[in-house]
Each structure stands twice: as C-alpha cells, then as structure tokens.
Design a protein around this ligand. Sequence first.
Ligand code: HEC
Ligand code: HEC
Ligand code: HEC
Ligand code: HEC
Ligand code: HEC
Length: 202
Amino acid sequence: MIKIKYLALIAMIAIMLGSAAVITRRFHAQTALLHPTAAPGPEVYTTAHTSILSVLEDYFGYRPMPTQPIAFTHKVHLANGLQCLNCHTGVDTGPDARLPSVQLCMTCHQVIATDKPEIKKVAGYLARGEEIPWQRVYGFTQESHVKFNHAPHIRAGVDCKTCHGDMTQQTVAVRAVKQNMGFCLDCHRTHNVSVDCTVCHY
Ligand code: HEC
Ligand code: HEC
Ligand code: HEC
Ligand code: HEC
Ligand code: HEC
C-alpha cells in the first residue's frame, strides 16, 4: 500500500515538473516563479486543486511581470504621434501583431535621443546584429490549446484598448486586461460571434 502511495507521489511530481518546463519555455519571464526557493510540495496541490489545469491556471494568474531588456515607453512614442500599426505591423492582416525589429527602432534613433543610455543599448543590439530579446507579456499556456487571431477583431472594429488597456499610459506593456476564457466568451456572446469550442481551441 505504502509503495503505491509513493509511486503516485512521484508520478504527480513528474507531471508537475513536466508542465512547469512547458510553461517556462513559453514564458521565460516566469522562470523566477517556477524555481522558488522552496520547491512546491505535492501536498499543496492534492487538496486545493482538482486538476493539473487548475494548477496551471494558478501559475498563469500569478505570473509576475517580465523585465524588459530596454526601458521602452509606449507613452512617449504614442504622444509623439506613432500609431500601433507602425510597430505592430501584422495586427490587421494575420494572427500575430508582431513586435518591431531593432532596425525599425534605429531608423529614428540613428538621430533621435542618441545620447540617452537606453538608446545606446538599442544601438548596441543593432551593431552586434542581434534582435532585442523582448519578453512576452500576454499569451496562453500551450496546455489550453488556444488559437487567437488578431485580424478578424481589428476588421470588426474591436479597439486594442478592450484587450490591452490604455497603452498611452503604459511604458513597457503590462497585462492590463485578464484575458481568460470568460472574457472572450462574454464579448462573443454580446456580438453574436460563435462560441463553438473549436473557434478558439485546436
Ligand atoms: C518614428 C520614430 C521612432 C521610432 C521608430 C522609435 N522611436 Fe523611440 N523615440 C522616438 C522619439 C521622438 C522619442 C522621444 C525622444 C525625446 O523625448 O527626447 C523616443 C524615445 C525613446 C526612448 C526614451 C529615451 C529616453 O531615455 O528618454 C526609448 C528607450 C526609445 N525611444 C526606444 C525605442 C525602441 C526600442 C524602438 C523600437 C522598438 C523605438 N524607440 C522606435 C522616436 C522613435
Ligand atoms: C480581442 C482581443 C484583442 C484585441 C482587440 C487586440 N489584441 Fe493584441 N493580443 C490579444 C491576445 C489574446 C494576445 C495573445 C495571443 C497569443 O499569445 O496567442 C495578444 C497579443 C498581442 C501582442 C503580442 C505579440 C503577438 O504578435 O502576439 C501585441 C504586440 C498585440 N497583441 C498588439 C495589439 C494591437 C496593436 C492591437 C490593436 C490594433 C491589438 N493587439 C488588439 C488580444 C487582442
Ligand atoms: C514605437 C513602436 C511601438 C508602438 C508605436 C506601439 N508599440 Fe506596442 N510594443 C512595442 C515594443 C518594442 C514592445 C515590446 C516591449 C513591451 O512589452 O512593452 C511592445 C509590446 C506591446 C504589447 C505586449 C506584447 C506581448 O509581449 O504580449 C502590446 C499588447 C502592445 N505593445 C500594444 C500596443 C498598442 C495597442 C499600441 C498602439 C496604441 C502599441 N503597442 C504601439 C513597440 C511599439
Ligand atoms: C470585445 C469583443 C471580443 C473579445 C474580448 C474577443 N473577441 Fe473574438 N471576435 C470578436 C468579434 C466581433 C469577432 C468576429 C469578427 C468577424 O465577424 O469576422 C471575433 C472573432 C474571433 C475569431 C474568428 C472566428 C472566425 O469565425 O473566424 C476567433 C478565433 C476569436 N474571435 C477568438 C477570440 C479569443 C480566443 C478571445 C479571447 C482571448 C476573443 N476572441 C476575445 C469579438 C471579441
Ligand atoms: C471565444 C474563445 C473561446 C471559446 C469559444 C472557448 N474557449 Fe476555452 N479557453 C479560451 C481561452 C482564451 C482559454 C485560456 C484561458 C487562460 O489562459 O486563462 C481557454 C481555456 C480553456 C480550458 C483550460 C482550462 C482553463 O480554464 O484555463 C479548457 C478546458 C477550455 N478552455 C475548454 C473549452 C470548451 C470545452 C469550450 C466549448 C464549450 C471552450 N473552451 C470554448 C477561449 C475560448
């Protein structure tokens, strides 16, 4: 009997570590959380969580904000008249909004604010032929198998603000909106858009 208990325990730990590894790959920013000083004991999960997915949900909910390599500021660029689409060029045509390349930054910063330390760091990335390693802010765990597509939303006139908050008040992007399943479903129901599982899941 005791042996079986131990086996079950080891299996639980293995599954949890496996899921943790997947999230770590998807969310580099989460690394700190997934390697806490005290390893989470299985007793934490056996009673409070009914499934591995709910464990993941908790991890997802408590995801700390990523630390970006450059102190980028949406606020300043938007105040200078730049549009979302100048930098997120894929947002109205495909699934991904995309992040701008370091070349795009330097088309302006070749001449603008060149003496600022953060801009020198940006120039350094270009000089070394590297992209700026931005950390992802939004996103879903692989386990939830969500497929999201920006283009139909933009075409239907859904404001970026609805899903990302007011960017004119953000420096680096923050998770201003909790994009859980209920959030998606509420709006789909209101707008008579399909809530078939396969619309959002693969
Ligand atoms: C269309 C031109 C343009 C592009 C493209 C652009 N910027 Fe800027 N950026 C500006 C302007 C204008 C300012 C404000 C400069 C000032 O106030 O002195 C600024 C300010 C900044 C600052 C603040 C500098 C400081 O310390 O005061 C950072 C950091 C920055 N940009 C990074 C970037 C990065 C990273 C990219 C690429 C993702 C980028 N910029 C793309 C025009 C641009
Ligand atoms: C209906 C909600 C919704 C709207 C509207 C929306 N987004 Fe998103 N956005 C998301 C979701 C969900 C993700 C995460 C997608 C993922 O990881 O698969 C995301 C991710 C992003 C990302 C990360 C990079 C990427 O390609 O995934 C950027 C940048 C972004 N959105 C910019 C924008 C901009 C700019 C607009 C407006 C023009 C906009 N979004 C409108 C929901 C939305
Ligand atoms: C000058 C270029 C520039 C402009 C203009 C710009 N962004 Fe960004 N955006 C970036 C960069 C660089 C990042 C990566 C750093 C960060 O996360 O803040 C980013 C990140 C984001 C993210 C987080 C992506 C993720 O990792 O999930 C969202 C959401 C976003 N932008 C939305 C917007 C919206 C909405 C607008 C217009 C209101 C906008 N951005 C305008 C350059 C820009
Ligand atoms: C604020 C409203 C709103 C929110 C929030 C929203 N959607 Fe949508 N979504 C729409 C509208 C409107 C359409 C229909 C566009 C059309 O008719 O082409 C749509 C269409 C879609 C489509 C394409 C459906 C098709 O038949 O091509 C997918 C996939 C989708 N949404 C996924 C999501 C996911 C995943 C989320 C949550 C992360 C989400 N949506 C959040 C309003 C929203
Ligand atoms: C409009 C989009 C949308 C539709 C329709 C949808 N889902 Fe989801 N679902 C999501 C998103 C987004 C997540 C991820 C939520 C998160 O990461 O917090 C999710 C997560 C889940 C999860 C993972 C557990 C969780 O809560 O994170 C399950 C299971 C799930 N959905 C089942 C379903 C089933 C079954 C249906 C059909 C009855 C369905 N979904 C329809 C968007 C949708």
